[in-house]
Design a binder for this molecule. Sequence first.
Ligand SMILES: Cc1cc2nc3c(=O)[nH]c(=O)nc-3n(C[C@H](O)[C@H](O)[C@H](O)COP(=O)(O)OP(=O)(O)OC[C@H]3O[C@@H](n4cnc5c(N)ncnc54)[C@H](O)[C@@H]3O)c2cc1C
Length: 467
Amino acid sequence: MLVVTSNQDVIVVGSGLAGLACAFELADQGRRVLVLEAGAVAGGRTSNWKQGSEPQSHHFPPRPSPSGMLVESGFHKFLGFYEDLPKLLRRAGIDLDEMLTWEKTMEIRIPDGKTAGEFGIAPVKAPLKTIGGLLGNNDILSYAEKLSLLPFLAAGFKDHAANPEELDRCSVKEYAERHGVHPDALSHLLEPLTGGILFLPPERFSALVFFSLFAPAAAKVLKMQIGGFNGGMRDVMVEPLIEAIRDRGGEVRLNSPVRGLLRDGEAVRGVRLDSGDLRAGHVVVAADLGSAQRLLRPEFGTAPQWQPFFALQTMPHITLQLELTEPLLPEDRTEFGPGTIWGSFTEQSRTTFRHVPGRVSAILTPSDELMALTDEEIFERACLDAVRLGLELRPKVTEYRVIRSRDLFYSVQPGNDRHRPEQRTGVPGLTLAGDYIRQSMYTTMEGAVRSGLLAAEAVIEALQTQA
Ligand SMILES: Cc1cc2nc3c(=O)[nH]c(=O)nc-3n(C[C@H](O)[C@H](O)[C@H](O)COP(=O)(O)OP(=O)(O)OC[C@H]3O[C@@H](n4cnc5c(N)ncnc54)[C@H](O)[C@@H]3O)c2cc1C
């Protein structure tokens, strides 16, 4: 086997936001860093690619697409209270106002002709709509139903701070019932905020994860706003970030799956590639959870201190992406469809994908149950549920793709949170990064970036000790 001693201080495995944030920070601090990405395109879950011509190694094999439909792992929204992600992008020279369109409202559609309601989501930029949305929309939730949420919210934010382990034993549904939440408040509001965001319904969604996701928003409520991307995420965010890493002397290599780790006694001293072995001072594994578990199991599968990491459960995700003859929705903004498989969805033809007359992307829920269906069955169910939401979808569809993954995400089911690892592994030369690492922003772009920055901090400390 060819062994190459690279001139790199650090090898980063994976070019998602966690790996890129880590590489940027290391390169910015003068370290020589090489990012190795298994896929043909960079960006991991924040990528976009032409279906059929640029297969992503970690998603299900795409159906051939003669026209090469442009797809992404699923639509993303940039939340106004994020801190590390916007700071990183600004340092990389990316103009957030150019990259994003800030939305002022979102909509919840109750199926079967019941009703729909608009909610303001930007207290500073659209205060009247925000207050009006909360006080109004009584068709969706009456005053009594809204008030039934208060004891649940008060207890949840308190337990989130004081009893996180206990809160993680409970599902959102159990916790809501325990605190007297009205069934309509559960189905019209808590269901969209669980399945519409992270794929699983309230009965399989940890109350700890739920309150952890919303605690930062509650603490920084005045910063709340939601941004949609002006272009594919790879084009407007990932590629400029890679450019900034290269400007600082770093390197990003695609089509380079890491097959294993090189060990030197206890320590990790490099990686195994198809083309040979590559040595470096330190390795950061910034792969998604499923890939990280597969990569690390042969080395640490029986080590007692690694058992929580291997016990961390994964969950699937499914999105439906459609090209249309005309826009389906009057605005590019976030919508929720509780009681249907349309967990959350958005029109994108005026922002992210402007090259087609109509473009809709949906996060489907519950992802664990829908995984058993074929793409065609999912499309059929989506068309039927769209009608229930008052949307005439089928006659407008020119092309569609179902994009799904089995194990990129750690599961938000109760009892899983305690297994999330720290970025420091205790193994010399090895650090972890990724949205599943223990940090307060959970499985979000902000969480991934935070994990990457924490990993960079740990690596610099380790390299200084080594020197
Ligand atoms: C449908 C969907 C909607 C989302 N919506 C939002 C949202 O609205 N807001 C938000 O903030 N977040 C959202 N997220 C979450 C966000 O995308 C992720 O939390 C974040 O991007 C994860 O980044 P990461 O770097 O940890 O992992 P990833 O992006 O998964 O990157 C891991 C990388 O490692 C590579 N890799 C794996 N194994 C190897 C190997 N052996 N060798 C080399 N490379 C390897 C993979 O190919 C991949 O590129 C959403 C995610 C999805 C899928």
